[in-house]
Design a protein around this ligand. Structure first.
Ligand code: ARG
Ligand code: ZN
Length: 477
């Protein structure tokens, strides 16, 4: 009996020890790594575009290899993303609207994927562990689409007479490459574009190489963006452009691509780019990127200009103040980017105020005169003074369709002028510069700005925020 009992006990004790050892090994494996990830979020809960972007990882670099056929409008792409997991991941999402996905790999191994709306869900063979840097390759093709914004504007992939241009504010970049399409996740980019010979392909940053392939009758353009970029600022422009290059006095290289029909009217405004870059460097601090330029499309290609990083896109020859506006975005919007689409006034209010400052420095209309013209609705001083600039508070657009509304631009600029009135020129210009310098390459919210402005100037600006930035009523002095 006793023996049996002992025997039984010892027999039963053995599996328990084994089970404990197995459990310990499993726990070690979990915390050490390969099991027990969970799905990354399918959106970043942006107040206006909750499904834009994805959770669970951050992209460090995009390597986009694209081949385009201007005649058919078809695009072949291989996107390689290097990203870092911010949690254990059993699956994660990318945003891609349209196109056909041929295959996805993670860490070189085939991954399962499925698609719902613009969400591409990728299930790697092995879970990814928190903190791990991983590479995902997506092969895709199709005819990238044009999107209609909540405000009725067109964005995404837009075909032109002789090619196409991609613009992505706020969501259009997901039509031509898979990614984490929210401004809070910035990354560096290599964009390579293969086009039929005779076409130019222009993108962000610096042109690293331009390779003719005589056998295939193709040209391959390799563009590189060194500084972090929000996905909405990525562009590719394909067409038969006239290319011109130059350099600003402070040494910033300029690369312009102009559709021939707009070349004559573009010459004068584009010739001022070096001067504007250097003026901005004095007013706002050192130019934040390693190149600058412009892409001029046929008039009517789109209904607005966009500050695509280093090289804004213009629909037709731009007016000088539009060039000033888009270049000012390189500091405000592109280098210092919004944390969410609610913070658009940090882009547009600043870029509009830059126009006012340019005019003050070069044309003799002071920002104070312009500010007063808005209050009085005096369209002789500024035609925009007749718009509904007072319709809503710039820091709280009522809906997604209004993130590019007039108050975001004009009342946003008036917020800055109100700060200037309170603190005086010296502190105000130091604030403009230091804001850009201290947040270079980063992301900011409205709350970050209001706290920074008070700290930097030593003034209590609560009234300015309450009345001008957040107040629903039309502000008065
Ligand atoms: N950010 C652009 C600019 O002010 C304008 C974009 C307008 N987009 C729109 N959907 N309305 O330079
Ligand atoms: Zn703007």
């Amino acid at each position: 009996m006793v023996h049996r009992a002992l025997a039984l006990r010892s027999v039963s004790a053995a599996p328990a020890a084994v089970a404990a050892a197995v459990l310990l090994a499993l726990t070690t494996a979990c915390t050490g790594g390969t099991v027990q990830g969970r799905p990354g979020a399918s959106g970043l809960r942006d107040p206006y575009f909750p499904k834009a972007g994805n959770g669970g990882y951050q992209v460090e670099h995009y390597d986009l290899r694209l081949a385009y056929e201007p005649d058919s409008g078809s695009l072949d792409g291989v996107a390689t993303l290097t990203a870092k997991a911010t949690q254990g991941l059993s699956s994660f999402n990318l945003d891609l609207d349209g196109m056909t996905v041929q295959g996805v790999t993670v860490q070189g191994e085939g991954a399962r994927f499925n698609r719902t709306g613009h969400e591409l869900t990728v299930r790697p063979a092995d879970d990814l562990k928190k903190g791990e840097t991983f590479r995902t390759e997506v092969r895709y093709s199709g005819r990238p689409r044009t999107l209609e914004d909540p405000d009725g504007s067109q964005e995404g992939w837009i075909r032109t007479e002789d090619g196409a241009v991609a613009v992505g504010e706020p969501l259009g970049s997901m039509t031509w490459f898979p990614g984490n399409h929210h401004p809070s996740d910035k990354a560096t980019y290599d964009i390579t574009v293969d086009v039929p010979r005779g076409y130019e392909a222009v993108s962000n940053g610096e042109l690293r190489s331009r390779t003719e392939d005589p056998a295939g009758g193709r040209t391959v353009f390799a563009w590189h963006g060194t500084e972090p970029m929000a996905g909405y600022l990525a562009t590719v422009a394909i067409g038969k452009y006239a290319i011109s290059t130059g350099r600003s006095r402070t040494g910033v290289p300029v690369y312009n691509a102009v559709t021939p029909g707009e070349a004559a009217d573009s010459a004068a405004p584009l010739a001022r780019i070096p001067e504007i870059v250097d003026w901005g460097s004095r007013r706002f601090g050192p130019y934040p990127f390693s190149s600058a330029g412009a892409i001029v499309e046929p008039a009517g290609t789109l209904g607005y200009a966009l500050e695509t990083q280093t090289r804004p896109v213009y629909p037709g020859a731009p007016a000088l103040e539009i060039v000033v506006h888009e270049l000012a975005h390189q500091w405000y919007g592109n280098s210092v980017s919004p944390k969410s689409w609610k913070d658009m006034w940090l882009n547009e209010g600043f870029a509009t105020y830059a126009e006012w400052l340019w005019s003050e420095d070069h044309e003799g209309i002071t920002a104070q005169e312009r500010f007063e013209a808005f209050l009085a609705g005096d369209t002789d001083v500024d035609p925009a003074a007749g718009t509904e600039w007072d319709a809503f508070p710039p820091a709280a657009p009522p809906a997604a369709g209004q993130i590019s509304g007039e108050p975001v631009y004009y009342r946003g600029a008036m917020v800055l002028h109100r700060i200037r009135q309170e603190v005086g020129d010296e502190k105000f210009f130091a604030l403009l510069r230091d804001w850009a310098t201290d947040h270079r390459g980063g992301n900011v919210s409205t709350a970050d700005f209001t706290a920074y402005a008070e700290r930097r100037t030593g003034h209590d600006l609560r009234k300015v925020w309450d009345v001008w930035l957040y107040g629903k009523a039309r502000p008065t002095l």
